[in-house]
Design a protein around this ligand. Structure first.
Ligand SMILES: Nc1ncnc2c1ncn2[C@@H]1O[C@H](COP(=O)(O)OP(=O)(O)OP(=O)(O)O)[C@@H](O)[C@H]1O
Ligand SMILES: [Mg+2]
Length: 243
């Protein structure tokens, strides 16, 4: 079963091309990476899938369901969660309050909400000790963990995450990536946007490389890692790392 299927998807910001003619798919349970340099269209693609950005043409199918007429909110209710670039947690709220917001607008009952919190804290124990702290007091890595945990509160079928490693030191990146693998191990499909190619290819089964809004390369991670065209897609980068 395909969790996600995009066909010839184009998104424009007025005259500016965000993405053009993107065709890709993600199988249920897969971790797939979207790679590409600054401005390649990675975030735009996630926004179009979650419904924050309107697509100009093309189709988005979610577990076979046509997404075209669904609002962003209905997509969330259908189990599609988007952890945006820069995490967007509510820094003036506590960790616990941020987690509860992961269920905002859902129909999960009060009693079940408490159970969800317990489950999430088991999966993300690092948040337990900070539960009552203001989220703004957390480190960047902890905030990223919180953003993922908040997304997992509603038990999504797909978690899309935009540049989780951005601004984190290597040790924190490892923690975040271990958690993403734990998320995938629960059966949640993961669509991961990364600039750090090596990192993404380590956990993804397959990847798509975007350049100026279009897919220029795709395949199994192991094959891509050995493909010299990958660094070429990053224009000027020779070692496969964008930063
Ligand atoms: N709100 C917007 N208004 C106008 N143009 C935009 C807007 N958001 C993105 N763009 C343009 O769309 C293109 C794709 O941008 P996008 O943010 O999707 O790239 P990205 O791959 O996520 O880059 P980065 O790695 O820097 O986050 C770029 O040319 C960008 O300038
Ligand atoms: Mg981006």
């Amino acid at each position: 079963m395909r969790a996600l299927e995009l066909e010839n998807l184009s998104v424009y910001y007025g005259p500016v091309r965000g993405v053009e003619d993107v065709t890709l798919h993600v199988e249920d349970g897969e971790i797939v990476a979207l790679l590409g340099a600054n401005g390649a269209g990675k975030s735009t693609l996630l926004k179009a899938i979650s419904g924050i950005a309107a697509s100009k043409s093309g189709t988005i199918r979610y577990f076979g369901d046509d997404f075209a007429k669904k609002s962003a909110h209905r997509r969330v209710l259908g189990g599609l969660v988007h952890v945006p670039e820069g995490r967007r947690i509510f820094t003036a709220l506590t960790v616990g309050e941020n987690l509860e917001l992961g269920l905002y607008g859902t129909k999960v009952k009060r009693t079940e909400r408490a159970d969800r919190l317990v489950e999430i804290l088991e999966m993300f124990p690092i948040l337990r000790e900070h539960f009552k702290r203001l989220s703004g007091m957390l480190s960047g890595g902890e905030q990223q963990v919180l953003a993922i945990a908040r997304g997992m509160m509603s038990k999504p079928r797909i978690l899309m995450i935009d540049e989780p490693s951005l601004g984190l030191d290597p040790q924190k990146i490892d923690i975040v990536y271990d958690l993403l693998e734990a998320v995938a191990a629960t059966g949640t499909t993961v669509l991961l946007v990364e600039q750090n190619v090596n990192l993404a290819l380590e956990i993804a089964t397959r990847a798509y490389v975007l350049q100026q809004g279009s897919v220029v390369l795709s395949g199994e991670s192991s094959a891509l890692a050995a493909d010299s065209r990958l660094s070429a897609a990053y224009l000027g980068e020779v070692d496969g790392k964008a930063r």
